[in-house]
Design a protein around this ligand. Structure first.
Ligand SMILES: Cc1ncc(C[n+]2csc(CCOP(=O)(O)OP(=O)(O)O)c2C)c(N)n1
Ligand SMILES: [Mg+2]
Length: 1017
């Protein structure tokens, strides 16, 4: 393949600070050019940067020409023919035989001929100097190279210590590859390709100007990564906003606004430092520009129609964001430093984890805006999916299907953004139909350090933002010391989100002036960096000086703004001193207006429903789509639907039907239901089948539960990405947005909840206690020892029970509202139901409660098809309720005095016990009592069960190993209940390290032992 190539004889080391043009002509070797003698044979590999459209274009043409010379334009045909025939440099080209107009982006070679300047002139029919083609291609390639790699040499780091691009020794050299032009070339005019906007209205520019403009756009204080985006429209959109000269120029008013915001941002940190010098606050010093940046994103987004913004952020600068972005009353913030007791319930959280919700007028746009910062745990980035779920939910309830009114902003630290896997999981939700929030603006407060660790030890990627590349998000790196560049990038990011509804990243490259927190000594570990920081002026000073020099503000004005804010802080400080208590409620991020008002906090609505409703839902759920004639369903499914219909006719339900009836009846009552998780539409165990697929037409589906009643609430059932941490976090966020929804996450197998442990511990178990924020989320956790090996048997019931906050030594006094009172006081509900009716009621009870509590529900696998695991409509009809305890109802209950053993159990083991007792003819001797709800512990109902059987020994039967399952939770509570008058013993597997054996034989043996022991009287 012939490739025109100009080779630099020797390369030289070029300093980053040198301007391209001056560097070029300063370098004596640059003018020494030779034409590659072997140009016909030069390989593609030897020209790594020539992978742009121009070189590819010539290559493709050449290859086409090789197979069919008529397939290329006649001028290229002539050129390739001459060149391959060994024409000397500059004579291979002959002008085209006709003068047909050139297509867009096609280069008329004659236009490249310089009017003068030592280049050979061309007369019609004479060969053209090949250098003209070479140079033209070189210019195109250089433009493209700037677009791809300009960020490598952009001046992004205010400290000038970063080495963002470790892969390339001399990135500038890579941008130009081996191309060099001499001084005379600099004034030659080159046609600009359609993929650049540096010319604005100009179609051609002198080379010098081309290079200067590219330098300005790509190598100044903004570095853009976007050329990996596989949409030409989107790439052009970015080029259009970043390439024209002076795009970052601001008006004087805008400059003054930036300065004022910067002054507040810095003033806030200074004030805290002054008043509470040794208190941890994770100050923003070094990245104060974050506040004006966020405000700019919000201003532009509001202008573009956004009305509500949900934010998630880590510790760094959080108080500043609450004060200056959300305008949280300053005195409320300052009371957090005062060590006051709380007025309301809960255990609270440290000040830099608290959330807030505020509705206010945006003064710049004069529009009302709602801002929420989600409360978060210390676990960095864990809040990301929660914010997304909350955003999605708000969009859903507003009918904002394109994300035009509600959006999210996620803030990140550089180390956490690169290090935490949940960032990746959250990014991958960004474009999924049931999870997208239509674009998130990510802002990285990149202080180039994580606690005490340098980037070179904390990530393997060049930038901390590389994770965003997987979703084709453009990434804008920007030097925090150039506030106007930062604001420009913020505007572009907000516009990008509003235009394409896709994620975008702003990486504010800054530094951390103090230690990780205010009591840390950074010189222990980063001595050189901190020597540099000590010599670096704060950005406020840099920018104020610049604006004073430009005559935009006076020094007095700068001082005035600063003093005024200090006075505001001082007044708030004095006001805070008057406070005697703090209120956790002041920090709620998701208020449920109208939900609690006027409700009896201990009154539950009924959960039973009229039979007509059960029949209606049952029939719809068991029927093919109304257009069944055209909608071809899989034959196996037709059989399942038929079996369902038979159950409805017999007034019975299995697990799947009971679940559908719970959902359907709630939908009828106007409660939105959302079921999310891996493969939930069909169900891991192929039992659910909520979405029927047309066997012949792609994407043609039918969901009966979405079409039960004309005025029902919407039903969402969605297969998620293969993520637990991310997706469960998302659903938690969704669930806290509106109490009138049943939001469920199903684990594929219960043990996969391990991967979401952070969400379970930090948000679900403790969310209300820390942040007064309730959630009624339901976790469906397939659980059961069925010989499937260690990883598909246990949902780790014991862990959930261990985190239940009820005191094992305290039995609440009996009262008529015992159940609801216990539920009110608990942190969550843990249950292992054994009947479809229990499932039906417990799901409905989530909504019947006058408050919201998370429900952790162990769900069955083999019971889904167990002939005995059925319930009658009678157990779900009007007037029926959830039974926390299912008493013995067989022969043993008729002669309780004769009963010699009462086995308490929960979940599927009941059916094993039942069979064994029947097989051994012990139905009069052993009573089996089921705990359908394990926590809160149903003391009241168990008490009456125990007293029913005065002569019986008591055992707790479980299929899990002794150090797992419910035993360690129920044992001390039974002890409290029995008051040492009686003992309860353990019947079950021995202790183990692994949740279940991998050997079927060992499994069967263990089960046999368990059942043998159960039958010992
Ligand atoms: C998941 C998790 N791991 C570790 C920590 C402990 N930790 C708190 S801040 C921090 C450094 C964070 O660095 P970076 O993300 O760059 O934010 P910065 O503090 O620099 O703003 C670490 C390791 C944590 N809070 N969460
Ligand atoms: Mg950092």
């Amino acid at each position: 393949m012939h490739r025109a190539r100009v080779v630099l004889q020797a390369s030289s080391k070029i300093g980053n600070s040198e301007r391209f043009a001056s560097w070029l002509i300063k370098n004596p070797q640059a003018v020494a050019m030779t034409i590659n003698a072997n140009r016909l044979k030069s390989s593609t590999a030897a020209e790594p940067f020539l992978n742009g459209s121009s070189s590819a274009y010539v290559e493709t043409m050449y290859n086409n020409w090789l197979t069919d010379p008529n397939s290329v334009h006649a001028s290229w045909d002539a050129f390739f023919r001459n060149a391959t025939n060994g024409a000397q440099p500059g004579v291979a080209y002959t002008p085209p035989p006709n003068l047909a107009p050139y297509a867009k982006n096609e280069v008329p070679l004659t236009s490249l001929i310089p009017a003068s300047g030592g280049m050979p002139s061309i007369a019609s029919g004479s060969p053209i100097n090949e250098k003209i083609i070479d140079d033209h291609l070189a210019v195109q390639a250089i433009i493209r190279s700037y677009q791809i790699r300009g960020h490598h040499i952009a001046k992004l780091d205010p400290l000038e210590i970063a080495n963002f691009n470790t892969a390339e020794k001399n990135p500038r050299e890579v941008i130009y590859n081996s191309y060099r032009f001499d001084e005379a070339d600099m004034d030659r005019v080159f046609k600009l390709p359609s993929t650049t906007f540096i010319g604005e209205k100009e179609k051609a520019l002198p080379l010098r100007e081309i290079l200067n403009r590219l330098e300005q756009a790509y190598c100044n204080n903004i570095g853009i990564e976007f050329m990996f985006i596989n949409s030409l429209e989107q790439c052009n959109w970015i080029r259009q906003r970043m390439e024209p000269p002076n795009v970052t120029k601001m008006s004087n008013d805008q400059k003054r606004l930036i300065l004022a915001r910067l002054s507040r941002s810095a003033g806030f940190e200074n004030f805290l430092a002054k008043k509470w010098s040794s208190e941890k606050r994770f100050g923003l010093e070094g990245c104060e520009i974050l506040i004006p940046a966020m405000k700019q994103v919000i201003d532009t987004s509001t202008k573009l129609g956004v009305e509500s913004i949900i934010m998630g952020m880590p510790h760094r600068g959080r108080l500043n964001v609450l004060a200056n972005v959300c305008r949280k009353p300053l005195h409320q913030l300052f009371t957090q430093f005062a060590g006051l007791e709380a007025e309301d319930d809960g255990s609270g959280d440290v000040k830099y984890h608290l959330g807030t919700y505020i509705e206010r007028l945006n003064r710049v746009t004069n529009k009302n805006i709602r801002l929420a910062v989600c409360a978060n745990p210390s676990h960095l980035e864990a809040v990301d999916p929660v914010v997304q779920g909350k955003t999605r939910a708000e969009q859903f309830y507003r009918g904002d299907n394109e994300g035009k009114k509600v959006m999210s902003i996620l803030l990140h630290g550089d180390a956490a953004f690169a290090g935490q896997g949940v960032v990746f999981e959250t990014m991958h939700l960004s474009d999924l139909p049931a999870y997208t929030t239509h674009g998130t603006i990510h802002i990285v407060a990149n202080n180039q350090i994580g606690f005490t660790t340098d980037p070179r030890h904390s990530r393997s990627s060049a930038y901390c933002t590389d994770v965003a590349r997987v979703v084709n998000a453009p990434i804008f790196h920007v030097n925090s010391d150039n506030p106007e560049a930062v604001m420009h990038v913020c505007n572009v990011a907000a516009e990008w989100r509003a235009t394409f509804h896709k994620d975008v990243v702003i990486d504010i490259v800054s530094y951390r002036r103090n230690g990780h927190n205010e009591v840390d000594e950074p010189m222990f570990t980063q001595p050189l960096m901190y020597q540099k920081i000590r010599k670096t002026k704060p950005v406020l000073e840099i920018y104020a000086d610049r604006l004073i020099k430009e005559g935009v503000v006076t020094a007095e004005e700068v001082k005035d703004v600063k003093d005024k804010y200090e006075k505001i802080c001082e007044d708030a400080y004095n006001q805070a001193k008057q406070e005697t208590h703090i209120k956790y409620k002041d920090w709620l991020d998701s208020p449920w207006s109208g939900f609690f008002e006027g409700k009896d906090p201990l009154k539950m609505s009924p959960t039973g429903v009229v039979e007509e409703t059960l029949v209606h839902i049952g029939k719809r759920f068991s029927s093919p789509p109304p257009n069944a004639a055209e909608f071809e369903i899989h034959k196996g499914l037709l059989r399942i639907l038929k079996a369902r219909m038979e159950m409805v006719e017999k007034r019975t339900v299995d697990w799947a039907l009971a679940e559908a009836m719970a959902f359907g009846s709630l939908l009828k009552e106007g409660i939105h239901v959302r079921l999310s998780g891996e493969d939930v539409e069909r169900g891991t165990f192929s039992h659910r089948h909520h979405v029927l697929h047309h066997q012949k037409v792609d994407k043609a589906t039918y969901c009966a539960l979405a079409h039960l009643y004309p005025d029902q609430a919407p039903y969402t059932v969605c297969n998620s990405s293969l993520s637990e941490y991310g997706v469960l976090g998302f659903e938690v966020g969704y669930s806290v947005t509106n109490p009138n929804a049943l939001v469920l996450w199903e684990a594929q197998f219960g043990d996969f909840n391990n991967v979401a442990q952070c969400i379970i511990d930090q948000f679900i178990s403790s969310g209300q206690a820390k942040w007064v924020r309730q959630s009624g989320i339901v976790l469906l956790q397939p659980h059961g020892m069925e010989g499937m090996g260690p990883e598909h048997s246990s949902a780790r019931l014991e862990r959930f029970l261990q985190m239940s906050a009820d005191d094992p030594d305290y039995m609440p006094p009996e009262s008529p509202d015992y159940e609801v009172r216990q539920l009110h006081d608990c942190n969550w509900i843990v249950a292992n139901c054994s009947t479809p009716a229990s499932l039906f009621h417990i799901l409905r009870r989530q909504i019947a409660l006058p408050f919201r509590k998370p429900l952790i529900l162990m769900t069955p696998k083999s019971l889904l098809r167990h002939p005995e695991c059925k319930s009658s409509f009678d157990e779900m009809a009007e007037g029926t309720t959830f039974k926390r305890v299912l008493p013995e109802e067989g022969p043993a209950s008729e002669n309780p005095d004769k009963v010699r053993k009462v086995a308490f159990c929960s979940g599927r083991v009941y059916y094993d016990l039942l069979k064994e007792r029947r097989d051994r003819g012990l139905e009069k001797d052993i009573a089996i009592v089921r705990l359908e709800q394990i926590s809160p512990f149903p003391y009241d109902q168990l008490k009456s069960e125990i007293s029913k059987y005065p002569n019986a020994q008591l055992v707790w039967s479980q299929e899990e190993h002794k150090n797992m399952g419910s035993w360690s939770y129920v044992e001390p509570r039974f002890r409290t209940l029995l008051r040492n008058q009686k003992q309860i013993s353990y019947n079950g597997r021995a202790t183990a390290a692994s949740p279940a054996t991998g050997s079927k034989a060992a499994h069967n043996k263990e089960l046999k032992n368990l059942l043998d022991e159960f039958c010992v009287l």
